[in-house]
Design a protein around this ligand. Structure first.
Ligand SMILES: [Zn+2]
Length: 141
């Protein structure tokens, strides 16, 4: 199995994973993200305390890529500081749009599965939706 197939498998499995698809009991921050070109719509909820993302979740509809990307991002940023989360967002966006690779994207772990999306321009907006939405929340703080 080549690396692309493994990554496709991660995306398919994660898009069916609904553990992060819920409302938080006490969110401190909420932001909507919309990708009109595909119809993806998410509401990202965070519980931020003492500068740390204590909990995160999302509600929304959309294609497998947008849902999987959102869920993987949530797993990655939970427990991180806002600065760390912002760095993860920027690294993901640079991977997709600038071709960042190798050691520079190690911190993204499973989110590296979306690297090949950069070769499918129509799907790029699906993959980056959640990361832009999270970055918007952090930039507003
Ligand atoms: Zn989409």
């Amino acid at each position: 199995m080549d690396i692309r197939e493994i990554y496709t498998q991660i995306i398919t499995e994660e898009s069916r994973n609904t553990k992060n698809k819920r409302y938080l009991p006490s969110p401190t921050n909420e932001e909507k993200g919309h990708n009109p070109s595909c119809g993806d719509e998410i509401t990202l909820q965070l519980e931020i305390k003492d500068g740390i993302i204590k909990d995160a979740s999302y509600i929304g509809i959309g294609c497998a890529i947008s849902q999987a990307s959102t869920s993987i991002m949530i797993d990655l940023v939970k427990g991180k500081t806002l600065q760390e989360a912002k760095n993860l967002c920027q690294t993901f966006l640079d991977m997709i749009t600038e071709g960042l690779d190798g050691d520079d994207i190690k911190i993204l772990k499973d989110a590296r599965a979306f690297k090949n999306i950069s070769t499918m321009p129509a799907r790029v907006k699906c993959a980056v939706l959640a990361w832009h939405t999270l970055k918007n929340i952090i930039d507003k703080m």
